[in-house]
Design a protein around this ligand. Sequence first.
Ligand code: PLP
Length: 405
Amino acid sequence: MPDCKFSARVGRIKPSPTTAAATRARELIAEGRPVISLTTGEPDTPTPEFVQEAAIAAMRAGQTRYTNTGGTAELKQAIRHKFRRDNTLDYSDAEVMAATGGKQIIFNALSATVDHGDEVIIGAPYWVSYPDIVQYAGGTPVILPTSAATGFKITPDQLEAAITDRSRWLMLNAPSNPSGAIYSKADLRALAEVLERHRHVWVMCDDMYEHIRYDGAPYHTMAQVAPALKDRVLTVNGVSKAYSMTGWRIGFAGGPAELIKEMTKLQSQSTSSPNAVAQAAAAAALNAPLDAVLANTAALEARRNRLFDALAAIKGLSVTKPEGAFYFFISVAGWLGRRTAAGEILQTDDDVARFLLETHNLALVSGSGFGMSPFVRLSYAASEEKLDKALIALTAAAAELMKDP
Ligand code: PLP
């Protein structure tokens, strides 16, 4: 290694644990191991045909050049339409922007607002990337633990106690990746009451899984239920999960014009506009009725119900029924302290995830990456065949570990 050095900034972050688990599973599959990977957060259904057609038409029409940094006029219209239709939120063109995935939106927002020593409040379990993006920006994540008993949601008292002069953001995500929890209208109102007293705190609502909800649960987002906060709420969404478009890389946000302007400035000096063809595809998706989305969600709900009963019957596991998204966040507390056939005593959820992969060819992500142990996350956006094999693997693992009373 020459004497060249890396920045302190990049030294503060680690690779995404979900990507790392998925990569390890792919390596083992390439070596010929029959590994079932339920690690990644992406729907297994293809991008709808009409969206693909819109992309092809855009390409043929020459929409293959740079666009405005924050998105084409067509995509901005579609984003505004989506916010009006689904959230009764009225944003102007200056109050919306598109980026290369919801992840870049979050990256832009935190980079544009967080300085060294600033704090960002995040409930655990959280989406793996939040703390790292905060740390890259120089901030300090302030993690509020939750539990199955509180429905994996933060409480107003917790929030009040966590806010300091250095608090910059509260980050909310519902339905949650990984727990599936949804903040109800009453939950959001109660948090809004606290936030109304602290006018220096921005609120980020990551609504990426908005359309993937079960049991007919209604959906509410902060800017809608607390209009008094709208001038400091960033409502984040995208097409990745709802429209099976993870690889197209389009996310978007609505928020105060000043914030959107700074985020767009930052993007103009990093990636410029998102992919032009993908923008046309995303506009087609957002402008269409929600039929394809609702059909996918119905299929996921049936899988959730079947899997919930099967997982609940596995000895040593404890599972909560997710209200949305497509993950089970499973407590493996009952497996800790147990001995594997090879003689290892499982001490942590990382040990459990490694044991499941090495011994039972099942790749899940350990709860430690989501800031909450001892859990594992299982994505059920996968084929019935894969899910059946996963259940067989978990049952065999339980039989191996839970032999003695
Ligand atoms: N937010 C949450 C909670 C997610 O789970 C993800 C993706 O896994 C994202 C944001 C980012 O999605 P994308 O960058 O694909 O739009």
